[in-house]
Design a protein around this ligand. Sequence first.
Ligand SMILES: C[S@@+](CC[C@H](N)C(=O)[O-])C[C@H]1O[C@@H](n2cnc3c(N)ncnc32)[C@H](O)[C@@H]1O
Length: 356
Amino acid sequence: MPLRLTLLEDLLLRLNLLPAPLLDTPLAPGIAKALITACEVGIFDALSTHPLPLNVLAGRVHCDPCGLQLLLHVLVETGYLRQKNGVYRNTHLSQRWLTSGSRFNIAPYVVHSPDIVTIWNHLPEIVRHNKPAMRMPYEDDASVPQTQAQLERHYAGLAALATVMGREPIARAHVPANATALLDVGGSHAAYSQLFCRKYPNLHATIVDIQPGIEAGLRTAKESNMEERMSFVCADIVRDDFVTAASMEGQFDVVLYFHIAHLLQPDVNEAVLAKVARALKPGGVLIYVDQVTDRGYYMRLAALMVQFMALTMKTVGGTCYPFATVKHWLENVGMGQVQQYRMLTPLATMITGVKQ
Ligand SMILES: C[S@@+](CC[C@H](N)C(=O)[O-])C[C@H]1O[C@@H](n2cnc3c(N)ncnc32)[C@H](O)[C@@H]1O
């Protein structure tokens, strides 16, 4: 963990002799900012192949050596870098999670995280009035450069997270062996579709999203040489009858509904799921992944993250739902055998149903 304590400090903390709130603020947001800056500047990538002395590193990342050194000190103390004889190297932590050559790279999500922090700026309004205080940028004008940049960060961050965290649902979901057609609802960056297509060589993925999301998905398709195996449909999943418009009725063996539910109100979710269910063949599988509020928490970290997600989504007009609510929606739209899967991945619960 970035906050590393000595045994003595840990003991003092447990005995309530250290002012713990000061670790949460300002220390934690300060560490977060140092980490984001390091990713934006490119420190971990610059050190990914060779350790470097300060002056060489400063030249590589185009920074002032004295200014950079202040940041490097923080990164050493938080366990992201090691320094010996004036030479800096990545630790295992940063090399695995924060370098673009690693298949576990989540640096794009770290760079996206200030957009999430902006949502939390509205926390006092939520607490006082319990009403949405802002909206997600999906409906904003994507031709405005600031919105465009925000959406690009968003999709890149989600794609990185999907690539790293998506392995578990893909490993556990039961996709029919003869499946050929997958529909990824709100699938934008197409990283989940890519993982499914890799695992099931006969699968073709159709991704439905708004135009900026599709642009992110097209990049994934190109970079992964999967252009032949992915199609994109631009539609508003809430307002459009995209299933009829794109002749999708009864065409799909598998439908993904990943991290969509938390954006929508209950009645809207049920209405979108009703369209989605129409797109499935009888016996087809709907796979739902999202934060589920009443999952049995055997990890404190997962519990904390789900509560944060519920708070965040409330701010932007959505929320997180319990399993019973999701099961009710799925059964109402004609799905049977609804079951949930406990996963190790924090934040994710998978629920599946089979079209009757
Ligand atoms: C939280 S992201 C989830 C993306 C992806 N399914 C995942 O799990 O990483 C929500 C996705 O829904 C898309 N979306 C939101 N509202 C939409 C709408 N009304 N019509 C189509 N797509 C929408 C967004 O563009 C985005 O790709």
